[in-house]
Design a protein around this ligand. Structure first.
Ligand code: MIG
Length: 751
């Protein structure tokens, strides 16, 4: 689709409308650093799902008509718009940051009929090789040095250059390899790091989307979508962290979680009865492995009917949860969107009576098969449906449930995908499955979050498998059905770092691997690598080898315990990062390139990461390895285990036999630590220990009750610790509104 020659334009206050021979386009100046470009191919007045509320910040820009379009000069950048709505963005010095690719796509020749036939014969999906122009399409130029980061949970490596991806939330039980175009999540945001600059683009369109970062052709990248508007935000930044700040300003930031949710969680799809859960819970305590929850997978429900309880295998409703709560276990249960089609079942009856379920094009309630057999799909895009779903959580909170895990919300279905024309809504607007698919989970998570918030008054933990851009406001994510494979342990690092820079600070993988059989070495290396993974849960599938640590051997149990204990020690540091992330949008687990942008050794570093700015982790993720080549960036670093000092910007070889995860602390660090507990809340955290590395430094520490929203009314403390070269600590209270620590101790790294 083309717009053709430019005609004229008008200014509407916070942006301009450009009129072309064959249509119109809009540019919205959201802030000095955020500009939205839109061609309303499908509809005027599109309302974003990801961006909530009015984000306009007063800013100044000037428009001048040029011979083929408009030149806009703003505070941070200039924008030149020409024929066909071609865009060029330059910095104030005139250097191009990004510009449209002027030529046509050079689509490689479509596959020949002969090859197509051969491929199909052997069962290959030959259609996957066919490429064509997309209905909505945008091409931008790639320069030789460009690197691409972000895009959420996509497989492969940090840098997405020369890879091709799709956004279509997909339930993939087979192994997640770098060849997969799509997984569970759709986050159409990426950062392009250029030789001397950086920028971000967020293509806010919920239809099936496509991203080709120079695979088709090295001169341009292609963004495509099956329908909707061309609708993208340009995000300016001097640094990568500015781009992330701007992106999360738009789509929202991960809210401060409850402290216990950052502890350890044990799960398995296959705890078939109350006694299975009990055995695991008491096992955690017996083996002294700190643990917050043993999670309830689908077996706890009566015939997989959501918001019910199976009293046959799981005893009387509420009994087990009540018993285990005395041991500090917080009940977390799974919920699927598919609602069993069964007359007499309250959710089905209420949904039918009120017309809450999606229908086919003729208005007949749509049915597909999921766990409960024939199931219907709540039309979550409508507020009244979300309110109903939110209130239904009372069935859970009445039993004592404290957090909800939303699964299968791609939405997944067993009898083929939902047809394109299944009718859904976004607000009051009637639309179809094609537009809603990628935001189905988003709306469901919103409902869960609001329900749990209202019912418990606490900060909800909603764990979701599928999501869209912006869902981070409502839910934590896990990366779905990985497998007990070394390749998947390796992928944990780029995948969680990518989710992190895409707004998802609270993310995790199934520790030990979900599918396939784990083994003792893999378990140990996984808990070492995952020790700082924001969401921290071991999970596995039915039929695979059990993964509770003591099911392997004593050595595994000991190593596992050592790392879970380490996690609990660093909880206040992790919690502080969440606190700060509310302002910065920065994640917990970070790729090194985020803080060392000028160091090319970090550009493609997939096997280590930073936790905040002060801790560097370089886990062993290769079978049989007992040494690790660690890259230490500029600065001075201290080995967490030995205190050994290293001068950075160099590679070192670290001895790392099973049980040793190389961890380094930056010079001048002050890291807050807590004493060991078996679970958060076992005893009050009234002592804080500051781990110190040599050198002067400053650190701000946040403390509150770790549960509810009283911090908004000022019930929290903010400590600023300063340390001089000699190691003397002074404390300034930046805010005082909560009962403080009884003791603040210090500990030096070189024990
Ligand atoms: O297709 O509820 O990813 O974590 O244990 C299986 C059973 C459905 C998929 C989830 C997994 C969960 C499992 N679910």
């Amino acid at each position: 689709m083309r717009l053709g020659k430019f005609k004229d334009y008008s200014d509407f206050g916070n942006g301009i409308e450009l009129r072309y021979e064959m249509g119109k386009a809009n540019i919205y100046y959201i802030s000095d650093e955020i500009v939205r470009f839109e061609i309303p191919w499908q509809m005027d007045d599109y309302i974003s799902v990801a961006v909530e509320g009015d984000k306009f910040v007063p800013c100044e820009y000037e428009c001048r008509e040029s011979k083929d379009g408009v030149n806009i000069s703003g505070k941070k950048m200039n924008i030149k718009v020409g024929e066909d709505f071609s865009v060029e963005i330059t910095d104030k010095a005139g250097k191009v940051i990004v510009c449209d690719y002027k030529g046509n796509r050079m689509i490689p020749e479509t596959i020949s009929e002969k090859s197509m036939k051969q491929l199909t014969e052997e069962g290959h999906d030959a259609s996957a090789f066919v490429r064509s122009e997309y209905k909505v399409q945008d091409l931008k130029r790639i320069d030789k040095e460009d690197l691409f980061y972000g895009l959420g949970d996509k497989t492969g490596y940090l840098n997405k250059r020369e890879y091709y991806f799709e956004n279509w939330n997909s339930d993939i039980p087979s192994a997640h390899t770098e060849a997969l175009p799509a997984l569970y999540k759709s986050i159409p945001f990426f950062i392009c790091k250029k030789k001397t600059s950086v920028y971000g683009l967020f293509y806010d369109n919920t239809y099936h989307g496509y991203f080709d970062f120079g695979k088709e052709n090295g001169d341009y990248f292609v963004y495509g979508a099956d329908d909707g508007n061309l609708n993208y935000y340009f995000l300016y930044g001097e640094k990568m962290s500015d781009v992330i700040r701007n992106y999360t300003f738009l789509t929202g930031r991960t809210p401060l979680p409850q402290l216990w949710t950052l502890g350890y969680h044990q799960c398995r799809w296959g705890y078939e009865s109350a006694s299975d859960i009990r055995e695991v819970a008491y096992g955690m305590r017996k083996y002294r492995i700190p643990c917050e929850s043993v999670q309830y997978d689908i077996d706890y429900m009566d015939n997989f009917k959501v918001f019910t309880w199976d009293e046959e295998y799981y005893e009387k409703k509420g009994k087990l949860m009540e018993e285990l709560s005395h041991e500090g276990f917080k009940p977390v249960v799974i919920i699927d969107p598919g609602t069993k089609k069964e007359a007499g079942y309250f959710m089905y009856d209420e949904g039918i009576k009120n017309g809450y379920f999606a229908t086919d094009a003729d208005g007949v309630v749509y049915v597909n098969k999921v766990w409960p057999g024939d199931a219907t799909f709540p039309d979550f895009g409508r507020k009244e449906v979300r309110d109903w779903w939110a209130d239904s959580h009372k069935n859970l909170t009445d039993m004592g449930v404290m957090a909800v895990w939303n699964d299968m919300n791609e939405p997944a279905s067993f009898e083929g995908p939902l047809p394109d024309d299944v009718v859904f809504h976004i607000g009051d607007r009637k639309t179809d499955h094609r537009e809603v698919h990628n935001v189905y989970a988003h709306f469901m998570d919103m409902a869960t979050f609001n329900g749990m918030k209202k019912l418990t008054g606490k900060r909800p933990l909603v764990i979701t498998r599928a999501c869209y851009a912006g869902t981070q406001k409502y839910a934590a994510v896990w990366t779905g059905d990985n497998q007990s494979l070394w390749a998947h342990l390796q992928m944990l690092i780029p995948q969680l770092c990518s989710l992190g820079i895409s707004g998802y600070a609270l993310a995790g993988t199934d520790i030990g691997g979900f599918g396939a059989n784990s083994n003792s070495e893999l378990m140990c290396r996984w808990i070492e690598a995952a020790v700082f993974s924001p969401f921290f849960r071991n999970h596995s599938a039915k039929g695979t080898r059990a993964q509770e640590p003591w099911k392997f051997n004593d050595e595994t149990t000991d190593i596992y315990r050592k790392y879970v204990e380490l996690r609990y020690k660093f909880l206040p540091y992790i919690y502080d990062l969440f606190y700060r992330g509310q302002e910065t949008g920065l994640p917990i687990m970070r790729p090194l390139v985020l803080h060392y942008e000028d160091d090319e050794n970090t550009f493609n570093l997939n096997d280590e990461f930073l936790v905040g700015e002060n801790i560097l982790v370089s886990p062993v993720v290769t079978q049989g390895a007992s040494k690790k080549m660690v890259y230490l960036p500029e600065g001075t670093w201290y080995d967490y285990w030995t205190g050994e000092k290293h001068t950075g910007k160099t590679y070192i070889i670290k001895d790392a036999p099973l049980g040793v995860c190389p961890i380094y602390i930056k010079e001048g660090s002050i890291i807050p630590m807590y004493d060991q507990v078996q679970y958060v809340g076992e005893k009050p955290y009234n002592k804080l220990t500051l781990l110190l590395t040599p050198g002067a430094g400053k650190y701000v520490h946040y403390q509150d009750n770790g549960e509810d929203y009283k911090f908004i009314d000022g019930e929290y403390n903010l400590y600023e610790f300063s340390k001089d070269e000699a190691g003397n600590i002074s404390t300034e209270m930046l805010h005082e509104g909560y009962e403080g620590y009884e003791e603040i101790a210090t500990e030096n790294i070189s024990h």
